[in-house]
Each structure stands twice: as C-alpha cells, then as structure tokens.
Write a protein that binds this ligand. Sequence first.
Ligand code: NAD
Length: 496
Amino acid sequence: MHIVPQLINGEFVHSANQDFISVTNPANNEEIAKLPVSTEQEIEQAVQAAKEAFKTWRKVPISERARVMLRYQHLLKENHDEIATILAKETGKTFDDAKGDVWRGIEVVEQAANVASLMMGETVENVATNIDTYSMIQPLGVCLGITPFNFPAMIPLWMFPMAVACGNTFVLKPSEQDPNTPMKLAELFIQAGAPKGVLNVVHGRGDQVNYLLQHDDIKAVSFVGSVPVGQHIYRTATQNMKRAQCFAGAKNHSVIMPDANKEQVLNNLVGASVGAAGQRCMAISVAVFVGDSQNWIDELAEKIGRVTPGLWDDKQAGFGPLISPQAKARVLSLIEQGKQEGAKILVDGSHFTVEGYEQGNWIGPTVFTDVTADMEIYKQEIFGPVLCCVQVPTLADAIEFVNNNPYGNGTSIFTASGAAAHTYQNEVEVGQVGINVPIPVPLPFFSFTGWKNSFYGDLHAYGKQAIRFYTETKTITARWFDDETVSTPNMTINLR
Ligand code: NAD
C-alpha cells in the first residue's frame, strides 16, 4: 500500500507516526493510500526548514524566482494528464473535470511568473527639496496554506506559487482526503528548481493545523474550506497576531428572468448545479425563478434528471461520487429533511448507484422546487448534486432573497435586459457576479472575491491581490544631497 510522504527541507520523507488516515477511492471506498499524521517534531522541522530557506530565497533575484515559476508551469502542462489521473482516482471527479481543476491552478502559476511587474513599488521625487519617497514590496517570511478536498490541484496552486514567487517560503497542510495530488504538485515544484525548504508539506487535521496556527514563525495563513473551520482558523490565526485570509462555504443563487434565453438557461444550469457532484464552492445550488420563468422548472428538472453519475474514466459520466461515506450520509439526510419540510422533490437521486460499485458514495442528481428560506435544504450548504428551486414575483424580490442569505461567494442572472442585469450587478451583495454566465470564477489577473460568510479577512488573495497578501510595503524617504551643496529652487508660487 502506498504511504504518502511528507516534504521537509527538500526531501520526501516518511513520517515516524504509525497513526494513518485511510485515503480511499470514492467510487468503492477501497483504500488507495495510507496517510500518516505528521508528528509535532516533523511539523517543527518543516517550519524551521522554511524559516532557514527564507533567509536566502528572499535574496534570490526576482527574475530567477520567476523563472522557477516558468519552469513549473511548463512541467505542470507536460504532466497535465498524469496529475489529472491521480486527482480523478482519489476524488472521483470525471477526467475532464479533473483536468479543469489542474488547469485553473496552472493559470495561477502563469500569473506568478509575472511577479516582477506585480511587485513594483511607487516613487515620488521631491516630496521636499532633494528628498524622494519610494516604496518597495517585500516578502513576509514563512506562510501557511490549509486546503480543502474539493480542488486538490487548483487550491494549493492558488497559494504557494504566489507566496513563493514573492520571496516567501511555505508550509502546506493539504486535505487529508486527497493528498496524492498535492504531493505530485510538490514533486514537480522541486523538479522545477525550487530550493530545499522553500515548499514543505505536512499532513494531518485539526491538531496539526492548530499547532501551526500558534507557531511564532508563521507570518500569514491562507485557508480554503468550510465555514466552521474557516471561522476557527480566522479567529485563532488573528488571535495569534497573524495575517489571515479564509475562503469559506457558499450558497450560490442564479436568478432567472422571464426574458432570458430559455435554452441557454437550462443548459447552463444543468452543469452549474450538479457538475462535480455539486462539490464546488461556486456551484449554483439555488435557482430563483422570477415571474413566468417558473414555467421552465419541470423542463429543467427533466434535463438534470438525465445526467448520470459514473466512474472517473467513463466518458458518459456527468459527474462522480461524493468524496466520502460521511459526505454522502450528510447529503442524504438533508434530502430527507427537505422532503419532510414540504419542499416538492422533482428528481430524487437518493437511491442511485453504479453497478459493480455499490459501495461507492453515489448520489444521483436531485431537484427540489417550492423551496423556502426557512428550510434546512436552503439554509445549509448541501455540497451535493442537489438544486433548490425558488419562485418569486419580481427582480426586486429576487435581489432581497439573495441578499438575505448569509453567504456571498458567487451568483448569476440570466436576462435579455441590460437594465435588469445592471440593477442586479449593482445591488446584489455577492462578490462574484455572472451575467448570462452561470459560474463567474475570475481568472487570476483579477481576484477571487467572496463576501459575507464566504470569506474572512481583508485581502482576497488569489490572483492579483495575492501580491498584497503575501507582502509588506516598506516606504523609504531619502535625502539625496547635502543641503549645503545643493541649492533650493528660488521661485515664487502664485496660488491664485
Ligand atoms: P473542511 O473545512 O472540512 O477542511 C478544510 C481543511 O481544514 C482541511 O485541510 C482539513 O484538514 C482542515 N481542518 C478540518 N477540521 C479542522 C479543524 N477543526 N481545525 C483546523 N483545521 C481543520 O472543508 P472540506 O470539506 O475539505 O471542503 C469543502 C468546503 O470548502 C466547502 O464548504 C466549500 O464551500 C469550501 N470551499 C470554499 C472555497 C472558496 O473559495 N470560498 C473553495 C473551495 C471550497
């Protein structure tokens, strides 16, 4: 059985700990690897390796740091299929979806290769006679990343390439549910030329993360995951005086106006709701039908009902299994609760299975209608292939409904009306808005900008703003000449 190593000071080393977490194939729950929980001593070694490496890495010329990123994006592209295969096998994602996960990460590495232009400071000359002020952007030190299971390539790649390109060093604690993908990313990073200690990877869960959050040598913490864990990490990191950015859960609404292009709406909503088994922080989990567009709900349900889950290498599969039996049990209990609370179920995926893989974490596509804001299926992030349909009379009602939701990750509106789209983009309290686009994830030359309970922190550091998160600004005011030798201009300024 494969035992997942750690990466400490440039070496892939096995943990001394015999306490293993089982990494399983979600399609049948058979064990595919054993993941040791890193010991305190090993975590300490990783932090000290990063601290030591920072002393020299920050001095490596910025163009050389950028070149490591150029080599890295090239290696990621060369190994795209292999990484996606590892990823698909441990997450259950379809191969195409797995390739997309890796690709979104590659785009961030491409952005990290532009680090020099992103790290430029500012200069104003003559703030006083012969005195100039300029600013420079400097790295922080050792940064920490804690990542979720649902994008095991993209999300680690949101973090360490940007942090490292800025001159920081990094400790990554990936999800314990699919660690083989981040380990492959780490292997390629070393191959790309990252010196020892610049990236370290340790494993574990709450205890290991808590140890790191209290460590004096960790300067900044990036987290992506669920709301309760995100709140805990934000509180603990900031209590320990660390910079923190925590991307958390979501409940994303799509508003459908009656003037929208019906075919476009229905086709887009199918993939956006049940694609990736709904295990996406930008999945559309609520469709808000305005006025007569509610007449399309039955047809939408029929289209969604035709999507069939399957194995990662089944080209016909619309999506794969859920990540774990616990995730499946949670989604099933929410579906049951939805039925009991009076929502009308149009498609019920509770009993779906794949022949020969009956032990897998399968749930078929599921659609509820007549959902109201007080129901648990509306209040909770289901994180499964379940769409809740809601009916409201007007656009104003739709905006009020969406804004009353405590999450604010993504939303979209489908309409032919520029006025409706403009009103929606201005008034909706959500960070990422799609107009006739179902899942509006920005490319990394913008930033990922969740609001409300979808993000805790002040810098939405993915992409462009990552430079601000992973650096400090130093402002220098310099007198260049001795006043005795250089004369002050003698000029009268008429203020009128
Ligand atoms: P999770 O919160 O269970 O785990 C995330 C990470 O936190 C893992 O590395 C895990 O080991 C660690 N962790 C778990 N319990 C901990 C504890 N008590 N203390 C410290 N660390 C702990 O999340 P998940 O189930 O892996 O991922 C799914 C969640 O992530 C969903 O809620 C989804 O919306 C969210 N997500 C958000 C975004 C975003 O950009 N906002 C992106 C992807 C996923």
